[in-house]
Design a protein around this ligand. Structure first.
Ligand code: ZN
Length: 287
């Protein structure tokens, strides 16, 4: 017995374990023993393995990493991963039993982690969250290079350029589209777990689709007049495709990200925001 499944003694050359039995014997030696002695030694190893796994689970709970352990174990056999996927069909049930806050950052390995309680809880909270009332322009930005996002160099460069241009900052509401949470308004990006997570790149297709759906839900439920989307190569394109279906063309302004230089990219984005203000001005005149 091992933490990732059972092995057949007849096929083994090494014991992947350091318990007393495995350290002192080889599989070859055990195969040569009497059945009774072999059974006694294997039982001793198996008992130790069970206790180790129980302690590992307890420590994972203590560290707030039970979900990570669950994913790790689930990937040791296809039927276990299948069970985890079924479990993912009940995100609200999983969320109800999870503690409110944890100290450790969250690791996201792929779409099997989308059902984890922290993500469900954040999304439920976001549904009830109201953006600043004076903000007419929703600015959708890709994941910056550091956390918290609103203190990243990308956002700082953009914010200072907007001030220089004299654009009214209170009318713009910046949200970051990012995996696995979906959409993170800048006001929330320092709260747990949004400031403490690591996601595996490149993202799988299910995760990309999920982020785009979250962006769609957020935009649909809010009353922004204009949406400015700064594209990113993978998620951005998906978000754009979804937003084009639900927003009138004149209300969606896209800023492409094909520039090599960050400064050029920010300038392009600032021009897009400028256009948004002009569109906003025209709209209010015609209202
Ligand atoms: Zn052992």
């Amino acid at each position: 017995m091992t933490s990732y499944g059972t092995l057949d003694l007849d096929d083994m050359r090494y014991f992947p374990c350091s318990c007393k039995v495995c350290a002192r014997h080889t599989p070859y030696e055990l195969r040569g023993m009497s059945p009774k002695e072999r059974e006694r030694l294997l039982a001793w190893h198996n008992l130790g393995e069970c206790f180790t796994e129980i302690k590992r689970i307890k420590e994972a709970i203590n560290e707030g990493r039970l979900w990570e352990l669950l994913e790790l174990r689930a990937k040791s056999h296809p039927s276990l991963l299948q069970a985890l996927k079924h479990l993912g069909e009940y995100p609200d049930y999983l969320e109800a039993g999870a503690p409110i806050s944890k100290e450790k950052g969250m690791f996201y390995f792929g779409s099997s982690g989308l059902a984890r309680p922290q993500i469900t809880r954040y999304r439920n909270r976001l549904k009830r969250w109201m953006p600043p009332t004076q903000a007419d322009i929703l600015l959708l930005l890709p994941t910056p290079s550091s956390k918290p996002f609103h203190r990243s160099k990308e956002y700082a460069t953009l914010a200072s350029l907007l001030v220089k241009k004299g654009l009214e900052a209170s009318k713009i509401h910046a949200c970051f589209y990012t995996a696995p949470f979906g959409l993170i308004p800048m006001e929330l990006d320092e709260t747990y777990p949004l400031s403490q997570f690591e996601a595996t790149l490149p993202l799988d297709r299910e995760t990309v689709d999920d982020v785009a759906r979250q962006a769609e839900d957020y935009v649909k439920g809010r009353g922004y007049s204009i949406v400015v989307l700064q594209l990113s190569p993978i998620i951005g394109a998906k978000v754009e495709a979804i937003l084009r279906r639900i927003i009138r063309p004149e209300k969606l302004i896209i800023s492409t990200s094909d520039e090599k230089e960050q400064d050029a990219e920010v300038k392009k984005l600032t021009s897009a925001i400028n256009i948004a203000f002009k569109t906003l001005g025209n709209n209010s005149k015609s209202d």
